[in-house]
Ligand binder design. Sequence first.
Ligand code: UDX
Length: 452
Amino acid sequence: MGEVREKRRIVLVPVPAQGHVTPIMQLGKALYSKGFSITVVLTQYNRVSSSKEFSDFHFLTIPGSLTESDLKNLGPFRFLVKLNQICEASFKQCICQLLEEQGDDIACVVYDEYMYFSQTAVKEFQLPSVLFSTTSATAFVCRSVLASVNAETFLTDMKDPEVSDKVFPGLDPLRYKDLPTSAFGPLESILKVYSETVNIRTASAVIINSTNCLESSSLAWLQKELQVPVYPIGPLHIAAAAPSSLLEEDRSCIEWLNKQKLGSVIYISLGSLALMETKDVLEMAWGLSNSNQPFLWVIRPGSIPASEWIESLPEEFSRLVSERGYIVKWAPQMEVLRHPAVGAFWSHCGWNSTLESIGEGVPMICRPYTGDQKVNARYLERVWRIGVQLEGELGKGTVERAVERLILDEEGAEMRKRAIDLKEKLEASVRSGGSSCSSLENFVNSLKMKNS
Ligand code: UDX
């Protein structure tokens, strides 16, 4: 095994953000277990977990030239466009060094779909390359559809409230307003990034962190439209769990959970990017407090504008959360979701959080902020029927009612049953003989064939 590992290398190219780093490192772990050596190519804007899980991986950093003010002001989409411009040449050089100086046999380059600069190098060196999507298959379908719409007509449609509530043709149950468009920049630049990401060009395959039991029709659509093999090998957090948190986890919340009643706690976390308005934070605090249920709330430093953490919130906030709430800056999310005291997950519906919640059979209160989160929220409510979506202005009454529906009402118990049923299906899909496990094996075999 040692000799085989030495020779065949897979190069991973992650986006510098927690929600992207986590699944690609899990993928690396899954591929490492199949005998490949793993090289992770980082830009100087990445951080990766220093977890000893990855001590056998090889890390390389390519230089970039973004200034501090670029990093602060660009916003995620324009940052990605710039990153792709500035990293193309240095990535090519990096691959050249691996091939020529170190004599590596690169089995393939797996790049996050947003790191499309990788395509120039793989083309030049004629390497197999694989696009890795960290979002759901359905969000990928949406991006493919959006990449070909007329931007001007679409923008006009989106501004019309009557249209925005309608189901988008061919994407039922998604409405115009559920499509992954808003925030993070003007629609034009988002559509431009989408047309780059779904243009798979040099990629000879696509890997998706999803599975048939969740998204069979979207996966079938991709398989037909993309005309390259699509490998749904998720959920990776079950198939190849690997701690990859970039922030320090506050484990004191587990002790707090240990003291709470079974299925009584609402766990609230909005992922690594979402920002909250102060007025929404207060409505949430009121609603949660009025619900009389205990709650564990992750408030990430910097997630409330103009505040380091929670110090700028009015005194009323501390009063509302002091009795039944427990606030942390970052939690060991998987462990929290697995804890028997947790009854529901209030989430922004990032794809990792969605998979992690389903993977533990926990129903969700869905409050998406942007991008693919809206797609996931709609699916959680309408397709998998394990979530309640809070739409429009956030009010304390709506928050209180949502908590009651999930924790106290029969409706919540039904959702939990469906979530547990899905959890079992997810676990089966990554076990030997399951669809995701077979898909991973097929992918590995395809590399062997290419390289033989
Ligand atoms: C974003 C998008 O929302 C997501 O859909 C896309 O696929 C990747 O980029 P993010 O907003 O950070 O990611 O959300 P999510 O995908 O849910 O990832 C957050 C990760 O951080 C999860 O793996 C979660 O377990 C972890 N986390 C979050 C913690 O470990 N502790 C916390 O306190 C909060």
